[in-house]
Design a protein around this ligand. Structure first.
Ligand SMILES: Cc1cc2nc3c(=O)[nH]c(=O)nc-3n(C[C@H](O)[C@H](O)[C@H](O)COP(=O)(O)O)c2cc1C
Ligand code: SF4
Length: 426
């Protein structure tokens, strides 16, 4: 199986520029500097490279949204990686920082952007240090800075650390935070491609999306597309956590069967237990029952079954786990992370937390399930950013697919698993 990103991740020296170059690094940048912008963007379009940050928007099409004017452009890299269950960008930044830097340089050249910022999650101190060292090396070798490799193209790249807010992974909130403002989302339109960072046209892309770009330039968009499934080119880094024998980050072709990811690649459910549920693409994505996981792990196939591959974080839940408690833990998170700007999200996420925790603690009321579903309807599609949907989707899917467990908690006025859910932020 052909790997795009992780071939050399086992080599500790791969993060140094010397080893990276010995193994073929920065050759794609040299090639790209001899191409036109349009030719690079065409190659990325042919690759069917879908954004790896969660929404899966085609990267080449997004790059085409920049207005055709002389205003300076900005390229922002989303390294916030805040979605619970997701831990793959961290691997790229710590094991292959130059892959990302090379991808950024190629993308910036194609977009004619001379300013670029990596917005990295505040907790990733080690990764920020590795990136800064790698950026210094790239400047010293002429891959960043003025007149890159004699091409006449200039690019400055800066690492900006966030302060640990999930909502700052949303692109407009990220831009506000980058500008030194309060990190809450902006109303769209205008979209960042038109008015983004510092009022300038801006493209925001995920770390993995850009790290794929050198391979695409070296090997061609069509080759990349052929590695994956229809409309989903290439491979993906899939982070599998929870109750499996071999949790970790796996690089697999887009469209790999989800059941195979869990049973073949990750060795199946730990200690031979039965599978109870899978959260397939980070905590915001609708939960699946075991009979639903025989599905291609790509954007269209997952959408067909009413869920999503999201940010590539698969959470595996075994038999014997209380689904009410799991939902309670998730709702605690969303209530804490709502920025509070929109009433439906600020109030709704707080009520999600309160109601789910009272059901878990044996104090649920007969109308609570309907109340939760009603809250979902009043929150989804009515707010500035999709965080309220990110909270509503798990609620709706847990209630639909595990309703009997919620009913049992309310009927018996206790958790059948003997759990006590204690909210860390109550
Ligand atoms: C609440 C929220 C949190 C998000 N967090 C992240 C994140 O941590 N990393 C990320 O790449 N995208 C995140 N996104 C998606 C970004 O808004 C944006 O779509 C993405 O960075 C675009 O990059 P891509 O097209 O390469 O995927 C988040 C979105 C929302 C609504
Ligand atoms: S939906 Fe929630 S997180 Fe998003 S802007 Fe509104 S209040 Fe803030």
């Amino acid at each position: 199986m052909e790997l795009v990103l992780t071939t050399h991740f086992g080599n500790d020296q791969y993060r140094t520029i010397g080893t990276y170059q010995e193994l073929g690094g920065y050759v794609a940048l040299k090639k790209a500097l001899g191409m036109t912008s349009d030719a690079i963007i065409d190659e990325v379009k042919k690759a069917s490279l879908r954004g790896r940050g969660g929404a899966g928007f085609p990267a080449g099409i997004k790059w085409g949204f920049l207005p055709k004017n002389d205003r300076p452009r900005v390229l922002v890299i989303n390294a916030d990686e805040g979605e619970p269950g997701t831990f793959k960008d961290r691997l790229i930044m710590s094991r292959g920082p130059h892959l990302l830097i090379e991808g950024i340089a190629i993308a910036a050249f194609a977009l004619n952007a001379h300013m670029s910022y990596i917005y990295i999650r505040g907790e990733f101190v080690k990764e920020a240090n590795i990136l800064n060292e790698a950026i210094d090396e790239a400047y010293a070798k002429g891959f960043l800075g003025k007149n890159i490799l004699g091409s006449g193209f200039d690019l400055d790249l800066t690492v900006h650390r966030g302060a640990g807010a999930y909502v700052c992974g949303e692109e407009t909130s990220l831009i506000n935070s980058l500008e030194g403002k309060r990190g809450w989302p902006r109303l769209k339109p205008p979209f960042p491609a038109v008015v983004g960072a510092f009022g300038l046209p801006t493209i925001v892309n995920n770390v993995e999306t850009l790290a794929d770009v050198p391979w695409i330039i070296t090997n061609g968009g069509e080759k990349f597309a052929s590695l994956g499934s229809e409309k989903n080119g290439g491979t993906r880094l899939i982070g599998v956590s929870g109750w499996v024998e071999k949790p970790g980050v796996y690089e697999l072709p887009c469209g790999t069967n989800l059941k195979d990811i869990i049973y073949k690649h990750c060795g199946g459910i730990k200690n031979g237990k039965a599978l109870k549920a899978v959260i397939p693409g980070g905590s915001s994505t609708p939960v699946l029952r075991p009979e639903e996981i025989d599905v291609a792990y790509d954007i269209e196939s997952m959408a067909k079954i009413g869920s999503a591959s999201g940010s590539g974080g698969v959470i595996v839940i075994p038999e014997g786990t209380c689904m009410v408690r799991i939902l309670g833990v998730l709702m605690n998170f969303y209530a804490h992370e709502s920025c509070g700007q929109c009433t439906p999200c600020r109030e709704g996420t707080g009520w999600f937390k309160t109601i789910v925790s009272r059901i878990e603690n044996g104090k649920g009321k007969p109308g609570d399930i309907d109340l939760l579903l009603d809250l979902c309807d009043n929150m989804m599609g009515r707010t500035v950013c999709p965080l309220s949907e990110a909270a509503g989707m798990p609620v709706k899917s847990f209630l639909t697919k595990f309703r009997d467990e919620f009913e049992q908690h309310i009927r018996d006025q206790k958790c059948p698993y003997g759990n006590k859910f204690q909210s860390a932020h109550a």
